[in-house]
Design a protein around this ligand. Structure first.
Ligand code: GGG
Length: 326
């Protein structure tokens, strides 16, 4: 039996989680789902965005399924990734058939280092001066670079591209680039190159097919994965996984989207595809594929949520997917 800690979180997190759970519960797999509180709401209720009980439950669980973080993202999801040492954030940007998007057929994966960089949380403010410390270590850079190459090998991908800004941040990005180049030499069958992050953003918009696997540091990875999601239809479709040696956290790339929260119109596709990443993690490959195909068929038939031009509500979309799993 796998113990899954479910944290709907803030805003649309609650709505998209309900949709994903409808699908997961239909599969009748040996999972127990235990719900925990975290986020802006938890901060109001208990004075802590990540209550101790939630953190302990996440440590004990086989996986965490997370909905969305709001204003307390740094204290909830960023902290959880660090506490659970889920060092690799895998963010695929794959065009779903039937979606009208900028780049049909695109299939790239962003591998984002998840434990350090500017998101380490070392920020200070004194007397009108705010400072942040950017931490990049050889150990974490090597670990994430190896993860990216192993992912490329496993998924039969041909190329890994490292993104950095080593001409300006000579020490931090310089170290990251050096380590990526060293690791690349251990994988002669996989093509490797590196770009400055700014140039890479332009290439991503103008010619994204030059990318396959992207590996980068924490903050660049956060930004570039939103950009990549925009190439294939937007954040409503973008799943992600945070994985470490022991723990794993599965969360859609999107945030709490307070502007549409509570109206039942959020696109649950990212959350459903995130649940599929969790199923794959546990070896349920057929189940994951079946759900992904069902999502694709519903979207291809033109039944979509408003972000994609349709008029389905969140749960109506989930029900359409669930019907195809019978
Ligand atoms: N970019 C979409 C979004 O708002 N995600 C929530 C968020 O900020 N998460 C923090 C992170 O991914 O590091």
């Amino acid at each position: 039996m796998k113990r899954i800690a479910v944290i709907p979180g803030d805003g649309i997190g609650n709505e998209v989680m309900e949709a994903a759970m409808l699908i997961l519960e239909k599969l009748d797999l040996p999972f127990t789902f235990e719900y925990y509180d975290a986020g802006d709401g938890a901060l109001e209720r208990y004075g802590k965005a990540l209550p101790e009980e939630t953190l302990e439950a996440c440590r004990r669980s086989d996986a965490v399924l997370f909905g969305a973080a709001g204003e307390t993202a740094a204290d909830v999801i960023v902290r959880l990734r660090q506490e659970l040492n889920t060092f690799a954030n895998i963010r695929p940007a794959k065009a779903i058939k039937g979606i009208r998007c900028l780049y049909p057929g695109l299939d790239i994966v962003v591998v984002r280092e998840n434990t350090e960089c500017l998101y380490r949380g070392f920020e200070f403010e004194f007397d009108g001066v705010a400072e942040a410390v950017r931490v990049i270590t050889r150990r974490a850079s090597e670990r994430i670079a190896k993860y990216a190459f192993e992912l490329a090998k496993r998924e039969r991908r041909k190329k890994v591209t490292a993104l950095h800004k080593a001409n300006v941040m000579k020490k931090t990005c310089g170290l990251f680039r050096e380590v990526c180049r060293d690791v690349a030499s251990e994988y002669p069958d996989i093509e490797f190159n590196d770009y400055y992050i700014d140039a890479a953003c332009m290439y991503l918009v103008m010619d994204p097919f030059r990318f396959d696997v992207i590996v980068t540091t924490n903050m660049f990875g956060d930004i570039v994965s939103d950009l990549a999601a925009g190439l294939v239809g937007g954040l409503g479709l973008a799943p992600s996984a945070n994985v470490g040696e022991k723990n794993a956290i599965f969360e859609p790339v999107h945030g709490a989207a307070f502007d549409i929260a509570g109206r039942g119109i959020a696109n649950p596709t990212a959350m459903i595809l995130t649940a599929c990443m969790m199923l794959r993690h546990f070896g349920y490959l057929d189940e994951a594929r079946k759900i992904e195909e069902a999502v694709e068929r519903v979207i291809e038939s033109g039944k979509t949520t408003p972000d994609l031009g349709g008029n389905l509500k969140t749960m109506e979309f989930a029900n359409e997917v669930a019907l195809l799993l019978d």
